[in-house]
Design a protein around this ligand. Sequence first.
Ligand code: SAM
Length: 340
Amino acid sequence: MKGTSGAPLRAGLDTRGRRLHDLRISVTDRCNFRCVYCMPREVFGPDYKFLARDQLLSFEEIARLARIFKDHGVEKVRLTGGEPLLRKNLEHLIEMLADIPGLDLTLTTNGSLLAKKARALKAAGLHRVTVSLDSLDEAVFRRMNDADFPVSEVLNGIDAAAAAGLAPIKINMVVKRGVNEDSVLPMARYFKGSGHIVRFIEFMDVGHTNGWRMDDVVPSAEVVRRISERWKLEPVGANYAGEVAERWRYVDGAGEIGVISSVTQAFCSTCNRMRLTADGRFHLCLLNDDDLDVRAALRRGEDADAIGAILVRAVAHKPTGHQLALGRSTTARQMFQIGG
Ligand code: SAM
């Protein structure tokens, strides 16, 4: 692809020498859960106005952007939300994205609709899924998802995904002090030896509605210590440069776990991901408010070079580090609007 000057146009390295590799695309801001740390029901109740249909990027717009991103070096796309499986006919979008040669295609879901949809997702061309599950304890999980959703249905979804071949499956557990920290060991025990990889995530301060306090963060180092007191663990190298999870393997050969230490050990220096919101804005860093509109350019009918130039500009402006490091919270967008 050529820029208007005739020179190749590619999103190169940003000011910290990081190369864009991973793009998360949010396909909706709606969710059927009201996780207390993400979308508290008191704030996002029946009167909350979600994006209208015409504000959402269409499947054609998303697929067009994904092709342009691929031409600029993106190798992996993760569909997310809100809850991505709530977007009607998502399989059709997956088919369109699966047509882009060489693109690794994954999806993050709360698992509620996975038992029903896993086979169709695989048939459409999805490679893998990550499923969020914060506890195996029924009362704790229902309290956290605040939608009275049972653990068993998420587990059924995970089984269906494995049977459909959407593996290896990652299970994301956000650990919140005093809420589900006692679920860490049972979660590790349940998935140990299953081939699925549980990743324990530090509770992050995104947006201004989740009442985040440092006291509520369970540091990853503590999670690793708790698990290694029960089963011996050893560190494993990253699968690829910029992998967010720090990997640990069970010495007895029963698989691995990961920890994501966004708060206690931010990994900004190797971050190679960007996010596209459901209404078509590039979000350059999860823990920063900056974003850049791309939907307007798409809808003005701009060509691939002009759209690519927005991406190049976005990469160049990717913040060098978290706003939190400057002692400020993000305020503009909530996690469910950015996609996690
Ligand atoms: N609905 C899908 C799901 O549940 O996985 C995708 C969207 S959700 C926003 C993506 C991930 O972000 C989930 O694993 C969720 O637990 C995580 N998440 C949301 N708010 C968070 C927070 N404040 N700190 C850490 N992780 C958070």
